[in-house]
Ligand binder design. Sequence first.
Ligand code: PMP
Length: 316
Amino acid sequence: MPSLSAAIGHTPLVVLRRVVEACRVPVLAKCEHLNPGGSVKDRIALAIIDAAESSGKLQAGDTIVEATAGNTGIGLALIAAERGYRLLLVMPEKMSEDKRRSLRALGAELVISENAPPSDPRNFQRVAERLADRPGFFLADQFRNPANPGIHERATGPEIFAQTSGRIGAFVAGAGTGGTISGVGRFLKGQDASIRIVLADPVGSRLAGLIREGALGEDGSYLVEGIGGSEVPGVFDPTVIDDALSVSDQDSFEMTRRLVREEGLLVGGSAGTAVCAAVRVAQRAAQGSGPVVVLLPDSWDRYQSTIFDEEWMARV
Ligand code: PMP
Protein backbone atom coordinates (compact mmCIF):
# COMPACT_ATOMS: atom_id res chain seq x y z
CA MET A 1 0.00 0.00 0.00
CA PRO A 2 1.35 3.49 -0.81
CA SER A 3 2.25 5.51 2.30
CA LEU A 4 1.49 9.17 3.02
CA SER A 5 5.03 9.98 1.88
CA ALA A 6 3.99 8.99 -1.66
CA ALA A 7 1.47 11.86 -1.65
CA ILE A 8 4.26 14.45 -1.25
CA GLY A 9 5.33 16.31 -4.40
CA HIS A 10 4.03 15.75 -7.96
CA THR A 11 2.06 19.00 -7.53
CA PRO A 12 0.12 20.60 -10.40
CA LEU A 13 1.42 23.48 -12.53
CA VAL A 14 -1.44 25.83 -13.44
CA VAL A 15 -1.65 28.91 -15.65
CA LEU A 16 -2.60 32.21 -13.97
CA ARG A 17 -5.46 33.86 -15.86
CA ARG A 18 -6.64 36.97 -14.04
CA VAL A 19 -3.78 38.47 -12.00
CA VAL A 20 -1.47 38.79 -15.00
CA GLU A 21 -2.14 42.28 -16.43
CA ALA A 22 0.03 43.30 -19.42
CA CYS A 23 2.20 40.17 -19.34
CA ARG A 24 3.98 39.26 -22.56
CA VAL A 25 4.36 35.57 -21.68
CA PRO A 26 2.24 33.15 -19.60
CA VAL A 27 2.84 32.83 -15.85
CA LEU A 28 2.59 29.22 -14.59
CA ALA A 29 2.20 28.50 -10.86
CA LYS A 30 3.68 25.41 -9.14
CA CYS A 31 1.08 24.55 -6.49
CA GLU A 32 3.17 23.52 -3.47
CA HIS A 33 0.31 24.52 -1.16
CA LEU A 34 -1.39 21.31 -2.33
CA ASN A 35 1.11 19.03 -0.56
CA PRO A 36 -0.50 16.96 2.26
CA GLY A 37 0.82 19.29 5.00
CA GLY A 38 -0.09 22.37 2.99
CA SER A 39 3.42 23.48 2.02
CA VAL A 40 6.58 22.91 0.00
CA LYS A 41 8.27 21.93 3.29
CA ASP A 42 6.72 18.44 3.22
CA ARG A 43 9.28 17.67 0.52
CA ILE A 44 12.31 18.59 2.62
CA ALA A 45 10.92 16.99 5.80
CA LEU A 46 10.66 13.67 3.94
CA ALA A 47 14.07 14.09 2.27
CA ILE A 48 15.84 15.02 5.53
CA ILE A 49 14.32 12.07 7.42
CA ASP A 50 15.00 9.61 4.56
CA ALA A 51 18.64 10.75 4.35
CA ALA A 52 19.11 10.54 8.14
CA GLU A 53 17.62 7.03 8.24
CA SER A 54 19.85 5.85 5.36
CA SER A 55 23.02 7.23 6.97
CA GLY A 56 22.09 5.80 10.39
CA LYS A 57 21.93 9.26 12.05
CA LEU A 58 18.27 8.63 12.87
CA GLN A 59 17.14 5.35 14.38
CA ALA A 60 13.88 3.87 15.68
CA GLY A 61 12.92 5.47 18.99
CA ASP A 62 14.96 8.64 18.39
CA THR A 63 13.70 12.21 18.78
CA ILE A 64 13.78 14.64 15.86
CA VAL A 65 14.55 18.26 16.85
CA GLU A 66 14.10 21.37 14.70
CA ALA A 67 13.94 25.12 15.06
CA THR A 68 10.86 26.05 13.08
CA ALA A 69 7.98 28.43 13.28
CA GLY A 70 5.67 26.55 11.03
CA ASN A 71 5.72 24.76 7.73
CA THR A 72 8.79 22.59 8.30
CA GLY A 73 7.32 21.65 11.67
CA ILE A 74 4.09 20.47 10.05
CA GLY A 75 6.02 18.48 7.41
CA LEU A 76 8.25 16.84 10.03
CA ALA A 77 5.22 16.10 12.23
CA LEU A 78 3.49 14.24 9.39
CA ILE A 79 6.49 12.02 8.73
CA ALA A 80 7.25 11.60 12.46
CA ALA A 81 3.64 10.47 13.02
CA GLU A 82 3.78 8.06 10.09
CA ARG A 83 7.11 6.54 11.18
CA GLY A 84 6.75 6.73 14.95
CA TYR A 85 9.41 9.28 15.90
CA ARG A 86 9.10 11.77 18.75
CA LEU A 87 9.33 15.39 17.54
CA LEU A 88 10.56 18.41 19.51
CA LEU A 89 10.07 21.83 17.87
CA VAL A 90 11.64 25.05 19.12
CA MET A 91 9.88 28.25 18.10
CA PRO A 92 10.17 31.89 19.08
CA GLU A 93 7.41 33.23 21.33
CA LYS A 94 6.23 35.70 18.62
CA MET A 95 4.65 32.82 16.65
CA SER A 96 0.87 32.70 16.71
CA GLU A 97 -1.27 30.59 19.03
CA ASP A 98 -2.89 29.11 15.86
CA LYS A 99 0.43 27.63 14.79
CA ARG A 100 1.17 26.26 18.26
CA ARG A 101 -2.23 24.60 18.45
CA SER A 102 -1.90 22.88 15.06
CA LEU A 103 1.57 21.55 15.83
CA ARG A 104 0.48 20.21 19.23
CA ALA A 105 -2.53 18.56 17.56
CA LEU A 106 -0.08 16.84 15.22
CA GLY A 107 1.70 15.35 18.23
CA ALA A 108 4.75 17.62 18.31
CA GLU A 109 6.19 18.80 21.63
CA LEU A 110 6.91 22.54 21.62
CA VAL A 111 9.69 24.46 23.31
CA ILE A 112 8.93 28.19 23.22
CA SER A 113 12.08 30.32 23.24
CA GLU A 114 12.49 34.06 23.80
CA ASN A 115 12.56 36.30 20.71
CA ALA A 116 16.31 36.78 20.26
CA PRO A 117 18.74 37.43 17.36
CA PRO A 118 20.84 34.56 15.90
CA SER A 119 23.95 35.60 17.88
CA ASP A 120 22.08 35.25 21.19
CA PRO A 121 22.18 31.83 22.98
CA ARG A 122 18.43 32.23 23.67
CA ASN A 123 17.69 32.32 19.89
CA PHE A 124 15.42 29.43 18.82
CA GLN A 125 18.04 27.92 16.49
CA ARG A 126 20.70 27.98 19.21
CA VAL A 127 18.25 26.37 21.68
CA ALA A 128 17.45 23.59 19.16
CA GLU A 129 21.18 22.91 18.61
CA ARG A 130 21.73 22.48 22.34
CA LEU A 131 18.66 20.25 22.78
CA ALA A 132 19.79 17.99 19.91
CA ASP A 133 23.35 17.65 21.17
CA ARG A 134 22.55 14.44 23.08
CA PRO A 135 22.50 10.74 22.13
CA GLY A 136 19.15 9.70 20.61
CA PHE A 137 18.40 13.21 19.30
CA PHE A 138 18.64 14.25 15.65
CA LEU A 139 18.70 17.88 14.45
CA ALA A 140 16.88 18.23 11.09
CA ASP A 141 18.82 21.49 10.47
CA GLN A 142 16.96 22.72 7.38
CA PHE A 143 19.15 25.84 7.06
CA ARG A 144 22.31 23.76 6.56
CA ASN A 145 21.18 20.25 5.59
CA PRO A 146 22.14 19.46 1.96
CA ALA A 147 19.07 17.17 1.71
CA ASN A 148 17.01 20.41 1.58
CA PRO A 149 18.30 21.85 -1.73
CA GLY A 150 19.00 18.27 -2.82
CA ILE A 151 15.34 17.25 -3.02
CA HIS A 152 14.48 20.37 -5.04
CA GLU A 153 17.31 19.57 -7.45
CA ARG A 154 16.20 15.94 -7.74
CA ALA A 155 12.40 16.35 -7.70
CA THR A 156 10.89 19.86 -7.76
CA GLY A 157 13.15 21.07 -10.60
CA PRO A 158 12.68 17.97 -12.80
CA GLU A 159 8.88 18.09 -12.23
CA ILE A 160 8.77 21.70 -13.47
CA PHE A 161 10.99 20.87 -16.43
CA ALA A 162 8.77 17.93 -17.43
CA GLN A 163 5.52 19.90 -16.92
CA THR A 164 6.75 22.67 -19.29
CA SER A 165 8.44 20.28 -21.75
CA GLY A 166 11.62 22.19 -20.93
CA ARG A 167 10.33 25.52 -22.26
CA ILE A 168 10.92 28.02 -19.44
CA GLY A 169 11.93 31.68 -19.68
CA ALA A 170 12.36 32.28 -15.94
CA PHE A 171 11.80 30.66 -12.56
CA VAL A 172 10.75 32.90 -9.65
CA ALA A 173 10.74 32.00 -5.93
CA GLY A 174 11.44 33.50 -2.52
CA ALA A 175 14.15 32.25 -0.18
CA GLY A 176 13.76 31.34 3.47
CA THR A 177 16.42 28.68 3.82
CA GLY A 178 17.11 29.13 0.10
CA GLY A 179 16.62 25.40 -0.48
CA THR A 180 13.89 25.82 -3.09
CA ILE A 181 15.50 28.46 -5.29
CA SER A 182 19.01 26.97 -5.00
CA GLY A 183 17.96 23.38 -5.78
CA VAL A 184 15.45 24.17 -8.52
CA GLY A 185 17.80 26.84 -9.92
CA ARG A 186 20.75 24.46 -10.05
CA PHE A 187 18.72 21.82 -11.89
CA LEU A 188 17.17 24.20 -14.42
CA LYS A 189 20.48 25.98 -15.15
CA GLY A 190 22.05 22.57 -15.71
CA GLN A 191 19.41 21.78 -18.32
CA ASP A 192 19.41 25.17 -20.03
CA ALA A 193 21.74 27.96 -18.87
CA SER A 194 19.51 30.62 -20.50
CA ILE A 195 16.67 30.05 -17.98
CA ARG A 196 16.68 33.09 -15.67
CA ILE A 197 16.43 32.41 -11.94
CA VAL A 198 14.85 35.34 -10.08
CA LEU A 199 14.60 35.83 -6.32
CA ALA A 200 11.39 37.38 -4.97
CA ASP A 201 12.40 39.18 -1.77
CA PRO A 202 10.40 41.23 0.75
CA VAL A 203 11.29 44.94 1.07
CA GLY A 204 13.34 44.96 4.29
CA SER A 205 15.13 41.66 3.60
CA ARG A 206 18.88 41.90 2.92
CA LEU A 207 19.07 39.07 0.34
CA ALA A 208 18.04 41.06 -2.77
CA GLY A 209 21.03 43.38 -2.21
CA LEU A 210 23.35 40.37 -2.23
CA ILE A 211 22.09 39.34 -5.67
CA ARG A 212 21.81 42.82 -7.21
CA GLU A 213 24.83 44.59 -5.70
CA GLY A 214 26.97 41.71 -4.41
CA ALA A 215 26.60 42.77 -0.75
CA LEU A 216 23.79 42.33 1.76
CA GLY A 217 21.28 45.18 1.59
CA GLU A 218 19.90 47.29 4.39
CA ASP A 219 18.19 45.49 7.27
CA GLY A 220 14.51 46.30 7.77
CA SER A 221 11.34 44.79 9.12
CA TYR A 222 8.49 43.23 7.16
CA LEU A 223 5.45 41.08 7.83
CA VAL A 224 5.56 38.43 5.09
CA GLU A 225 6.42 35.12 6.77
CA GLY A 226 8.88 32.42 5.71
CA ILE A 227 11.09 34.34 3.27
CA GLY A 228 13.86 36.92 3.27
CA GLY A 229 16.24 37.61 6.11
CA SER A 230 19.24 39.46 7.44
CA GLU A 231 21.73 36.58 7.11
CA VAL A 232 22.70 34.33 4.20
CA PRO A 233 21.40 30.79 4.95
CA GLY A 234 23.88 27.93 4.55
CA VAL A 235 21.99 26.26 1.69
CA PHE A 236 21.41 29.51 -0.25
CA ASP A 237 23.44 29.45 -3.49
CA PRO A 238 23.62 32.95 -5.02
CA THR A 239 25.64 31.66 -7.99
CA VAL A 240 22.51 30.18 -9.63
CA ILE A 241 20.44 33.36 -9.17
CA ASP A 242 20.43 36.00 -11.93
CA ASP A 243 18.31 38.76 -10.46
CA ALA A 244 16.21 39.78 -7.45
CA LEU A 245 13.06 41.86 -7.16
CA SER A 246 11.84 43.47 -3.92
CA VAL A 247 8.13 43.41 -3.09
CA SER A 248 6.34 45.36 -0.33
CA ASP A 249 4.12 43.74 2.32
CA GLN A 250 1.11 45.61 0.95
CA ASP A 251 1.65 44.34 -2.62
CA SER A 252 2.35 40.78 -1.38
CA PHE A 253 -0.83 40.60 0.71
CA GLU A 254 -3.06 42.21 -1.92
CA MET A 255 -1.78 39.70 -4.48
CA THR A 256 -2.33 36.81 -2.02
CA ARG A 257 -5.97 37.85 -1.63
CA ARG A 258 -6.38 38.17 -5.40
CA LEU A 259 -4.89 34.69 -5.93
CA VAL A 260 -7.57 33.32 -3.60
CA ARG A 261 -10.52 35.32 -4.96
CA GLU A 262 -9.66 35.52 -8.64
CA GLU A 263 -7.69 32.33 -9.29
CA GLY A 264 -9.05 29.93 -6.65
CA LEU A 265 -5.51 29.34 -5.37
CA LEU A 266 -5.70 29.05 -1.57
CA VAL A 267 -2.19 30.31 -0.78
CA GLY A 268 -0.26 32.28 1.85
CA GLY A 269 1.65 35.56 1.88
CA SER A 270 4.95 34.46 0.36
CA ALA A 271 3.04 33.23 -2.71
CA GLY A 272 1.81 36.81 -3.12
CA THR A 273 5.40 38.08 -2.99
CA ALA A 274 6.54 35.52 -5.58
CA VAL A 275 3.61 36.17 -7.95
CA CYS A 276 4.13 39.98 -7.79
CA ALA A 277 7.75 39.43 -8.84
CA ALA A 278 6.77 36.86 -11.50
CA VAL A 279 4.24 39.24 -13.06
CA ARG A 280 6.92 41.96 -13.28
CA VAL A 281 9.29 39.48 -14.97
CA ALA A 282 6.54 38.44 -17.43
CA GLN A 283 5.69 42.09 -18.22
CA ARG A 284 9.31 42.77 -19.20
CA ALA A 285 9.95 39.45 -20.98
CA ALA A 286 10.94 39.41 -24.64
CA GLN A 287 7.93 38.55 -26.81
CA GLY A 288 7.99 34.86 -27.68
CA SER A 289 10.30 33.80 -24.83
CA GLY A 290 9.32 30.88 -22.60
CA PRO A 291 6.76 31.16 -19.77
CA VAL A 292 7.59 32.39 -16.27
CA VAL A 293 7.23 29.67 -13.61
CA VAL A 294 6.49 30.81 -10.05
CA LEU A 295 6.37 28.64 -6.92
CA LEU A 296 3.48 28.97 -4.43
CA PRO A 297 4.98 27.80 -1.08
CA ASP A 298 2.09 27.40 1.36
CA SER A 299 -1.61 27.38 2.13
CA TRP A 300 -4.00 30.13 3.30
CA ASP A 301 -5.26 28.23 6.37
CA ARG A 302 -2.30 29.52 8.45
CA TYR A 303 -3.12 33.20 7.73
CA GLN A 304 -6.82 33.48 8.60
CA SER A 305 -6.13 35.80 11.54
CA THR A 306 -3.68 37.94 9.52
CA ILE A 307 -3.86 38.34 5.71
CA PHE A 308 -7.54 37.31 5.54
CA ASP A 309 -8.60 39.43 8.51
CA GLU A 310 -9.84 42.92 7.54
CA GLU A 311 -8.81 44.61 10.79
CA TRP A 312 -5.30 43.17 10.63
CA MET A 313 -4.95 44.14 6.95
CA ALA A 314 -6.06 47.70 7.69
CA ARG A 315 -2.96 48.08 9.90
CA VAL A 316 -0.43 46.81 7.28
N1 PMP B 1 7.31 30.58 2.02
C1 PMP B 1 7.01 30.09 3.22
C2 PMP B 1 5.68 30.40 3.82
C3 PMP B 1 7.95 29.33 3.92
O1 PMP B 1 7.65 28.85 5.15
C4 PMP B 1 9.22 29.09 3.34
C5 PMP B 1 10.25 28.31 4.09
N2 PMP B 1 10.85 29.03 5.15
C6 PMP B 1 9.51 29.63 2.07
C7 PMP B 1 8.51 30.35 1.44
C8 PMP B 1 10.87 29.53 1.43
O2 PMP B 1 11.34 28.26 1.13
P1 PMP B 1 12.87 27.86 1.24
O3 PMP B 1 13.18 27.61 2.68
O4 PMP B 1 13.01 26.64 0.41
O5 PMP B 1 13.71 29.00 0.72
